[in-house]
Design a protein around this ligand. Structure first.
Ligand code: NAD
Length: 286
């Protein structure tokens, strides 16, 4: 075994000593990642817009939901810096990274998780230009902006891990979701290109593609029901459709995604970059 091989992690906090930025941390998968990271010893910058967004036809995370995630993480022993910022605002993201470096010394991990599922539910020709631009701006350009804000910090240190939360929609098409599908395919492309940019500097970039994630009350997730609403299908029927379509016959739990994010963030995955990891119960294997 080489001297710098990952040592056994049995019983050890797998992210001890690391600082991670998680975007979209107020609720849902972002909250699940934040608490999983805190449980593994990371300190956290929890970033969310925490306010509704004109053009998105459902409520986004709130300030009190963000505060609740912060409390959960602090209760797990993490030092936490909450930041209210929109991933469409590069200056605010650069300021957040500066604040993070002042508070924690550096940033080791970025989880690009913030995203919207709608405006959706239309054929490509029915989407307005404003709807298209909003989707791409948040779900694709937001991840690029955050990468731009933090990339220099990581490459200067020759260390870092970026986890881009894409979706099975980054690998296959879904009817009436052209904007979302295009943005998530874009995330996979961004991941591959950035992984090559940063490999010489030992900064890793990977994409995580969850299948349909259950709207768990504990993390106040609501994307599955919003997707069902966009498609004008009852939530129970939408869930049943995905249960049938996911070969393992189960919806994905937010903690399944968080567990994969912990691994990609940790040194256990030190030779993994440019990969596209599905957590989809086999959905895209068919
Ligand atoms: N839930 C699923 O079934 C599922 C499946 C695959 C991929 N994903 C992806 O996982 C990520 C998280 O989804 P979720 O289910 O937790 O959704 P969610 O709506 O519960 O949480 C998303 C969070 O992102 C924040 N956010 C949205 N736009 C923002 C912006 N412009 N700036 C800053 N914060 C913003 C929201 O306030 C919210 O707190 C998304 O990228 C989504 O596309 C979700």
């Amino acid at each position: 075994m080489s001297a710098d091989a990952p040592t056994s992690t049995a019983g050890a906090a797998r992210l001890a000593g690391k600082t991670a930025i998680v975007t979209g941390a107020a609720r849902g998968i972002g909250r699940a990642c934040a608490t999983a990271f805190a449980a593994q010893g990371a300190d956290l910058v929890l970033l969310d817009r925490a306010e509704d967004l004109p053009g998105v036809p459902y409520p986004l995370g709130t300030a009190s939901q963000l505060a609740h995630t912060v409390t959960l993480c602090r209760d797990l022993g993490a030092a936490v810096l909450p930041v209210r910022a929109d991933v469409r605002d590069l200056a605010a993201l650069v300021a957040a990274v500066e604040q993070a470096c002042e508070r924690f010394g550096t940033v080791d991990v970025l989880v690009n998780n913030a995203g919207i599922a709608a405006p959706s539910g239309k054929t490509a020709d029915e989407i307005t230009e404003d709807e298209w631009s909003l989707m791409i701006d948040v779900d694709l350009s937001g991840a690029w902006r955050m990468t731009k804000a933090v990339g220099g910090v990581m490459t200067a240190r020759r260390a870092g891990s970026i986890v881009n939360v894409a979706s099975t929609a980054g690998l296959v098409g879904y009817r009436h979701f052209a904007g979302y599908v295009a943005a998530k395919h874009g995330i996979v492309g961004l991941t591959r290109a950035t992984a090559l940019d940063y490999a010489p500097m030992k900064v890793r970039v990977n994409a995580l593609c969850p299948g349909s994630v259950r709207d768990d009350h504990a993390v106040e997730g609501r994307m599955l029901s919003e997707i069902a609403r966009s498609l004008d299908v009852p939530v129970a029927e939408h869930e049943e459709t995905f249960l049938q379509a996911q070969p393992m016959n189960a919806l994905i739990e937010p903690e399944d995604v968080a567990a994969a994010a912990v691994w990609l963030a940790s040194d256990e995955s030190r030779q993994v970059t440019g990969s596209v990891l599905t957590v989809d119960g086999g959905f895209t294997t068919r």
